[in-house]
Structures are given as C-alpha cells and as structure tokens.
Ligand binder design. Structure first.
Ligand code: ARG
Length: 585
C-alpha cells in the first residue's frame, strides 16, 4: 500500500496541474493544526513566486477542483495561502479497511529492495555486557525489524570485540594468576594438553583488574602488548586459551541478548576480519594512502573545511599488530564480499563518532565500497542515573547489563504481584513487561540524547510507557475473545460513526508513514509516537462506546472490525520496537 500522504499528494498535484500550475507544488503533509484539518498543502505559497500571483488566488483555483473530489470533506484555502484538507469518513474508513486486508498492514514497501548491514552488538570477549551495550542492542534491534517490515534485506551483525588490545591484557593476567596452565608452556600441544575450564565470574573480573594494573605496571603492560602480537599471530597456547575464553563469553552474551529479545543474523567478530587485513594493507599501499608515522602505519583522512581536527587513522601499530580501526576497515571488505550492502550502519555511543568518521573516510578513499554505499554511524547518548551521570551500581561500578535487566524485571514483578489476571507464569509475564518498559522508554527518547533510568516511571500504567501499550493490547484481546474473534481474523470496517472513531481511524491510516521515517532518521521514536497515539485514541473510543453490549448488530461488528485492525497495527508497531505483546495483565 502507498503512504496516505503520497496518495493525497498525487491527488492534489493533479489538481494543481489541472488548474494550470506545476504539479510539483502539490506535496501534502499531516496538518500542524489538527483542530482545523487533518492534512495541509503549502504549495500555493511557493507557487506565488513562480507565477507572480497571490497565493490565495492559486490556493482558491486548486480548492475549486478538489471540492469536487469525494475523498475530501474539507478543502479550503486559508490565508495566506494554505490549503486545508480533511477526508470524508467514507474515504478514511476505506483506507483503514485496506490496511486491515493488506498483508503488510499498510506499511509501505520499498520500491528497490536494498540490503542493509546493521552492526549493533559490539560485546567484548571476556568482558561482561554492560549498560553501554544496552542502547545499541535496543535501537539496533528495532531498526533491523523496521527495515525488514519495509521490505529490505537486513543482516544484523554482532561484531564481537575479540582481537584487540584488551585480549593481550586479559591473557597476560591469566598467566599471572595461573602460571601453571599448560597453555603458557612453550611446548604446549593442543592435541594433548588440556586447558582448565574457564570460570565465568573470574573471567569477568580479570579484564578490569588487568586494565588497572597496566596503568601503573610498565612490565605488565609490555607483556600484554607482546601477548596481543602473539594472539594475532595465532601462537599456540595463547590462541587456544583465547578460543576457550571466547566460547564462554559467547555463551554468556547470547544468554543476555536472549533475555533482552535481541538477536543477530551474523555472529562474526573482529577476529573473523583478520584474513582480510593483508588485502586491506595491499589496497591502502597500492593506492599510496598508507604512510609511516612514528613507526606506525597511518592513512590521512582530514578534509578541507573540517571544523574539528581529524587525525590520521592508525591501521598498524609499530609492533605490527592490528587495532580497532584495522578490524573495522577489514570488516568492511568482508561485508562487501559477503553481502554487497547498500548501507552499513553502526550503532555505538556517541563518543565513538570520530573513530567512525575516520573509518568511513578511509574506506571511501580506498574504494573498499562503491561510492554510493551508505556508511552511517548513529552515536547515541547515555542512560543515566537521576543525577544525570552514567548509571552506576551502588558501589559506583559499571552496571552489568544482566543486573539492570533483573532490576527491571523484579520491579515489574512487584507490580504484578497482586494481579488477578495473570494466573500462570507470572515470572514470564514480568520479564516481558519489564523488557517492554525498558525498551519503550529507551526508544521513545531521541537516540542522540541522554535519558534517566527510572523503572517506576517506565512501568507506569499511565502515560507514554511500554506498560500502557501492552495494557491497551490486553484490553483489545479481552474484547475480541469475548466476541469470539480470532486475533488474526480480518474483519471489515465500513463506517465511522463518532468523533473518537475518526481520530483512531486517522492514526491507523497514518501508522504506515512512521516506519520509513523511523528507518531514514535512525530513530524508532516515530514508531513509539504512532503506537502511543493509537493506544490513546483507542482508549477514548473504548470509553465512549459499549462495544460488546451494543444492540445494533451491524454497528457492533463494525466496531469489532476497528478493534481487530487496531490490535494488529499496534502489535506490528510493538514488534518493530522489539516488544512482545502479552495476553493479560
Ligand atoms: N566492541 C566495541 C565496544 O565495546 C563496539 C563495537 C562497535 N562496532 C564496530 N564495528 N566498531 O566499544
């Protein structure tokens, strides 16, 4: 189905043309003044300059044509030259009905199917997922689902951090703690020697400890640097221990992503890009881009007109080891080979913006992707405590993501304790509700801004929260169940008979518009707004009417049709936010 504003733009453009003006003036948008009209077109104002004619006269000519169109209940020229438009109830109900019967539920599909790679994990081996990874997971999952809903082919890539400096530190610290492990012997034989099992709790504690130590202990720092070189050369023992640590990390990370309802199509890591590094170095050398600076290999990426200083990108350290930027560049070669993507998107917190600017410039300069491939970074703000500072544990440490999830879940459990509606699997319901609350709070904020972690507010049944949305769906569930209607049954919606219905129908008709906006702006808040608008309009409609006890059978069935399409549209919006609906609450 086309976007409703597109359908209306075509109609109004044709009217401009019939009145003797350029059809390009007919762009229709949702009204800024919903109290006056549903849609507006401001084309007559731009036409005034083009035709040296008063905008009101142009608007009047166009309105004269539109007034005969059965789609509009209102087509009015208003000073200084706006065209205000509202739809007839028949036309609006027709659109809602079309959405209801559309397998894509009115979500406009892209004309040219494109391929998008979204890099939104970034967990690190041997480091517990922490709240810094939360937003990329939540926003990325939503963008991936939204892109799919609009007909795009998407690969979500976890892009494990597993090949850089931290692993030198980690392994060096293992050696300090377990010098007797066979992997540290020169004659280590992976066929015969057995490395002891990795303890997850110890593993999570090792990196922070090693990182701190490296700041004051010069010798330890040197050893860990050499260990990175050994690892990247896949030295026996070091590499085998790394593999074991990685297995444990991947398991733990998968478990936490699963709790969050976040999933990846590709589980590659930095180490998987390693085989493309020689090719990367060749390309950069052949193009004359690589040069030496203080023993290291770098590429200049500053551009004329830069407002900030953009330092050269470091590709090889003086000891020959690869670093963060090397992996990102090599991964671009890999992605180009594997997926031929039209876009590659990266989600990290905004402190990494400069890194991505350097990587993208270098990739384009080196021609690692065609010039038209979009390389884009979404740098988001932090989740903070009430003091506006990054959210911490009680003792001031970085909050592990799993602890945060558990906090929200138990807050949800507290709320559900006395619910008479949930009789079985309260824990399962609490998990879904807690996660929904957390995701909705995150996604309804502008990604680039910080926001405050406040589980009480997130879980409130009133206001713009995930809880309120889930609750609205459960209300519709109950109506449909009582009426014996299946959730996926497609009923007809024929007639608007009240103001409340009109508002709801209009928001349903507009819901499809939010998907493309969310995708293009990399901002799922558009979906949150649409879902919240529909849920609030539904509540109004529900309070104004006695749906199940309505005596006029035709009217009742018509309303049930509206309930059913509302539910399906809401559930789809929630699904694109990564939120799973619940049956009761
Ligand atoms: N592992 C990184 C971190 O924890 C994030 C990786 C993001 N993706 C990328 N392609 N660089 O900061």
């Amino acid at each position: 189905m086309e976007k409703i504003t597109k359908i209306l733009t075509e109609t109004v453009s044709a009217a401009f043309e019939s009145a003797g003006y350029s059809p390009s003036l007919g762009a229709v948008s949702v009204s800024d003044r919903t109290d006056l009209c549903q849609f507006q077109c401001n084309g007559a104002l731009s036409g005034a300059k083009l035709y040296h004619k008063a905008p009101m006269l142009i608007a009047g000519d166009v309105v004269a044509i539109l007034s005969n169109n059965p789609a509009f209940s209102l087509a009015k020229a208003v000073p200084p030259g706006f065209i205000n438009l509202s739809l007839t109830d028949e036309f609006l109900a027709g659109i809602v009905n079309e959405i209801s019967a559309d397998p894509c539920l009115g979500v406009p599909q892209v004309e040219k199917p494109e391929t998008v790679v979204i890099d939104y994990g970034g967990p690190n081996v041997a480091k517990a997922l922490h709240i810094g990874h939360l937003r990329s997971a939540i926003i990325g999952e939503s963008l991936k689902r939204t892109a799919r809903a609009t007909g795009r082919k998407v690969f979500g890539d976890v892009h494990f951090g597993d090949w850089g400096t931290p692993y030198g530190l980690t392994i060096a610290e293992y050696k300090v703690r377990h010098p007797d492990w066979p992997c540290f012997r020169e004659d280590f034989d992976p066929e015969k020697d057995v490395i002891p099992e990795i303890d997850e709790a110890e593993m999570n504690e090792i990196y922070p400890c090693a990182s701190l130590k490296s700041k004051s202990d010069e010798e330890f720092k040197l050893i860990s640097r050499q260990t990175v070189v050994d690892l990247q050369n896949r030295k026996k023992g070091v590499y085998d221990l790394w593999k074991k640590i990685k297995d444990v990390s991947v398991k733990s990370v998968r478990r936490i992503y699963e709790k969050l309802g976040v999933d990846f199509d590709v589980w590659y890591g930095e180490s998987d890009s390693d085989c493309y590094t020689p090719e990367l170095i060749n390309i950069l050398t052949e193009k004359g881009l690589l040069h030496e600076s203080e023993g290291a290999q770098v590429v200049d990426v500053a551009e004329e007109g830069d407002k900030i200083s953009v330092p050269p990108i470091l590709v090889k350290k003086s000891d020959g080891s690869s670093i963060y930027a090397t992996f990102d560049l090599a991964t671009i070669i890999q992605r180009e080979r594997d997926f031929k993507p039209d876009r590659i998107w990266y989600l990290t917190d905004k402190r990494q913006s400069l890194h991505f600017m350097q990587v993208f410039r270098c990739a384009k300069k080196a021609g690692l992707v065609p010039p038209e491939t979009e390389l884009r970074h979404l740098g988001f703000g932090a989740m903070t405590g009430p003091d506006g500072k990054p959210f911490k544990t009680r003792d001031g440490g970085v909050m592990p993501l799993e602890t945060l999830i558990d906090t929200v879940e138990s807050a949800a459990m507290d709320k559900l304790k006395d619910s008479e509606y949930i009789t079985s699997d309260k824990e399962g319901a609490a998990r879904k509700i807690g996660i929904a609350a957390l995701k909705f709070a995150d996604l309804s904020n502008q990604p680039t801004k910080d926001y405050i972690f406040d589980p009480d507010k997130f879980l409130s049944f009133d206001g713009k929260t995930g809880t309120y949305l889930l609750y609205t769906v459960t209300r519709i569930n109950s109506i449909l169940k009582k009426a014996g209607i299946g959730y996926d049954d497609v009923l007809e919606y024929k007639k608007i008979s009240s103001e409340g219905e009109r508002g709801l129908a209009l928001l349903i008709a507009l819901s499809g518009e939010s998907y493309e906006r969310a995708f293009e702006d990399m901002n799922p808040a558009a979906l949150c707004d649409s879902a919240y608008g529909i849920a609030s309009a539904f509540s109004r409609f529900y309070h104004d009417n006695r749906i199940l006890t309505e005596e006029d059978a035709e009217k009742r069935l018509n309303w049930l049709g509206l309930c059913s399409v509302t539910r399906r549209v809401l559930v789809k919006l929630l699904d694109c936010l990564g939120i799973e609906a619940v049956e009761n609450m």
